[in-house]
Design a protein. Structure first.
Length: 286
């Protein structure tokens, strides 16, 4: 089939323009040090190495082990699902702690209570609310940690004891306010109890209670690497919902400072990664 010469010329010009545009885009991305595809960074320690004793909170029972189907739904094999109780006594109060680690390509839809618990027959009461977690920062060093490039903010540091070696190591803590998004649910089978789910994220060295904001933290164009860790607390509490919410906040505030330092021993050392964004060979291997 014969094609008009003008059509052939236009086709060739269009192809050339696309090739030049694609090459120019790649050159611009490289020159500006923009990373559209993020590289994974491994955990320093597995999440289940978090200590079984966190202050007055002690592990009860064994860690939950998910089936392959649940792991596929969760989207990661790096997770921790554990129950902590005051002095190891469930009667004194307990929290279920769930942590899940993602790296490289960030899950577009994090698994959070308001999206998942309804599917299990629970009915959400009201809308999710962002609540502060009142942490004891007396063991934090706010003056000598590394400084984040660009913002000038200094990472807090603290010491944490390794559960196996019993030696203390210094860990860098994430930046940002310590807040969690909390949802309350009712179970028709247990109307006297309120089910609470509270969560926050640690992503590329910062914290956020928002499932939307976590993508902004993890996908900064200048960052070669990307990770986030979801931390979720769950509890079933009796009594007036407002008082039960206050009790839930009290328990999470007691547990969180001990849990946070242990988790940061496991998660990537983001300040070190920020200093070596262009030299991935310096990062630890899985």
């Amino acid at each position: 089939m014969l094609v008009d010469r003008k059509v052939r010329v236009a086709f060739c010009v269009g192809c050339a323009a696309m090739m030049i545009g694609g090459l120019g885009f790649r050159m611009a991305v490289a020159r500006l040090q923009v990373f559209l595809k993020k590289e994974p960074v491994p955990l320093r320690e597995p999440l289940d190495s978090v200590s079984a004793t966190l202050g007055q909170w002690k592990q009860v029972g064994k860690d939950a082990t998910f089936s392959d189907a649940l792991i596929e739904e969760l989207g990661t094999r790096s997770y921790l699902d554990r129950v902590y109780a005051v002095d190891g006594d469930l009667e004194k109060g307990f929290l279920q702690v769930h942590a899940a680690y993602y790296t490289g390509m960030i899950d577009a839809v994090p698994h959070i209570p308001e999206r998942c618990w309804n599917a299990n027959g629970l009915v959400m009461r009201g809308q999710p609310v962002v609540r502060p977690i009142s942490l004891d920062r007396s063991a934090w060093d706010l003056t000598t940690g590394p400084v984040q490039p660009g913002t000038g903010l200094r990472y807090p540091t603290t010491s944490v004891r390794d559960a196996v070696t019993r030696t203390s190591v210094t860990v860098n803590l994430p930046l940002g306010e310590v807040e969690m998004t909390v949802s309350a649910f009712q179970d028709a089978r247990s109307p006297s109890l309120t089910n609470f789910g509270g969560y926050l994220f640690i992503a590329n060295g910062a914290m956020t209670p928002s499932a939307l904001a976590v993508r902004n933290l993890s996908f900064k164009l200048a960052d070669r690497y990307a990770y986030y860790c979801k931390i979720q607390f769950s509890a079933r509490l009796a009594g007036d919902e407002e008082k039960a919410m206050a009790e839930f906040e009290r328990m999470t505030s007691e547990l969180m400072p001990h849990l946070l330092s242990q988790l940061m021993r496991c998660l990537p050392d983001w300040p070190a990664i920020e200093m070596n964004q262009t030299t991935p060979s310096t990062l630890p291997t899985p």
